[in-house]
Design a protein around this ligand. Sequence first.
Ligand code: CA
Length: 250
Amino acid sequence: MDQRNTGDPAHPHRVLVVEDEPALADTLAYSLTRQGYEITVTMDGAKALEIARRDQPDLVVLDVMLPSLDGFEVCRILRQEMSMPILMLTARTDEVDKIVGLEVGADDYLTKPFSMRELVARVKALLRRVRLVREEMAGAEKGEPSAPLAGEQLVFDDLVIDLGRREMSYQRCILHLKPKEFDLLVFLARNRGMVLSRDLILERVWGWDYDGGSRTVDVHVRWLREKIEADSSAPTRIVTVRGIGYRFEG
Ligand code: CA
C-alpha cells in the first residue's frame, strides 16, 4: 500500500519526529514514510527546534522525555513561533492534562504504548485540518475568499453559521455580526479543535497589512463570546489558550 495523503504527490507532507528511543523512532519513521510522508527524525529537543525553524514541517510528533530540552519546553517554544499541529507522545497518563491543557497546548497526544495504526490515524486527522487552512489561504491569496456555496453552513448544535448569507444563528435566533466578527467566527470554526495564535488569527482575518495590535483579536473574541456563549465569563466554545490564543470547541 502506497497511499499519499496530501492530495498532491509532488508535495508530500513533511513530518518531524522527535523521539529518543531508537527502536520507536525507527518504527515511527517507517510507518509514516509508508503513508507517503517525508520524515525527519531527531532524538534531541534542542535539535528539534533548530530543524523545525529551518524546515517548517507540516506536523511534529514529539516525545515528552527527551535529552537536553524536554518535549514540554519544545512544544511551548514551537507554539510561540509556529502554528503547525503538534502530536505529543507520553509514557505517563498523569502528564496528559499538562500536554493538552493551557501549559503546553499540544493539539493531540498518544500515551505509550500505542499502535502505529492509531498514530497514523491521528496524524492524518491533524493534517486534514491543516489542509483546510491552506486551501483557505490559497483562495485568499488569489483574491477568492473561499467563496462559499449557496446554503453552505457550519453547524455546531445550536450555533449555525451560514456562509452564503454571512449570517449566524444561535439558539434559533439570527444574530447580526460585524464583518470582522463574522470572519473571525468562521476562521475559528473552520479550524475547530486547533490552537490558533493571536498572530495567526490577525494575519488570516485582518490581513498582513493590518497594523493594529493583537488586542483587536481579544476584543472581537469578547464580542463573539457575548453572543454565542451561555456564560461569556466561562466560555466553553471559544476557549482561551493562555499565552497563545484561542481554540474553538465544535
Ligand atoms: Ca523518550
